[in-house]
Design a protein around this ligand. Sequence first.
Ligand SMILES: Cc1cc2nc3c(=O)[nH]c(=O)nc-3n(C[C@H](O)[C@H](O)[C@H](O)COP(=O)(O)OP(=O)(O)OC[C@H]3O[C@@H](n4cnc5c(N)ncnc54)[C@H](O)[C@@H]3O)c2cc1C
Length: 257
Amino acid sequence: MAAREVLPTTLMDIIQETPRVCTFRLALPEKSPFSFQAGQFVMASIPGFLNTKGRPVRRAYSVASSPKDLEKGFLELTITRVGEGGFFSNRIHECRPGDTIHIDGPYGSFVLRSADETPPQRYLFVASGSGIAPLRGMIRTILMEGRKVPVSLYYGYRNASDFIFEKELTDYALGRPDFELVTALSRGEGTVIEPAGGLPNVRKGLQGRITRLLPELIPKADGSEVYICGPPEMVGQSEAFFRDAGYPEERVHKEQW
Ligand SMILES: Cc1cc2nc3c(=O)[nH]c(=O)nc-3n(C[C@H](O)[C@H](O)[C@H](O)COP(=O)(O)OP(=O)(O)OC[C@H]3O[C@@H](n4cnc5c(N)ncnc54)[C@H](O)[C@@H]3O)c2cc1C
């Protein structure tokens, strides 16, 4: 991957999403030409944070905000602190507002279908863990652009406290009956709220892996555009499900890490 021009951004805010995950809101330099499509990623580095060869340590992060947020001068990266040995993710969690973070990009072809194209019957998002990051950017874009297409989000994480963007995503579903939100816990006790506040489109805290629930959630193939993001095993299983259910390959998009 050829590196693009490196852009210095300023860390404006750090939002603690879950015990291990923070969103880093980065301010772009004034009049920056940076642009991206919802779902793409950037390479991030920290000035002076070098590897043993004296080169900047760079890591890929999906942009978790919408291109529409660039109009307000920022973009967001949502990063899991991977714990012992997580070289870059630990280092960036030590950064503070005012610090400089370098980004280059955008990269990647995991992108939301443009508003100019024929809309699908619905947007169907399947995520696990921090795989929600690019999908949140896509969902924000759909809502900020006022696209009148139903949205389903099926999201799996370990324990109840690991729901990244819980308030924002729940608010979307509570405010829009055609926004279906289903979350599943792979570990720990579930708080099954089914349906939350009496709304049939919100079910949080089902038990089990999200991939195991897909056959119940999606009884038959429809004209959905599907976006999957998460660890390789989860993405592989989801992709196999959609293939076997009869979804055309070109309608199923994936990103994994
Ligand atoms: C296209 C793309 C987009 C990505 N977007 C995001 C994103 O939005 N948010 C995000 O948090 N990450 C994202 N990643 C992953 C990110 O690039 C790094 O790999 C991750 O932050 C770990 O880097 P590190 O330097 O902390 O760990 P490293 O020092 O590279 O790895 C240290 C150890 O941690 C293990 N490890 C690495 N990642 C994980 C993990 N997730 N869970 C458990 N163990 C792990 C490694 O196997 C290794 O043993 C993305 C990756 C790609 C390729």
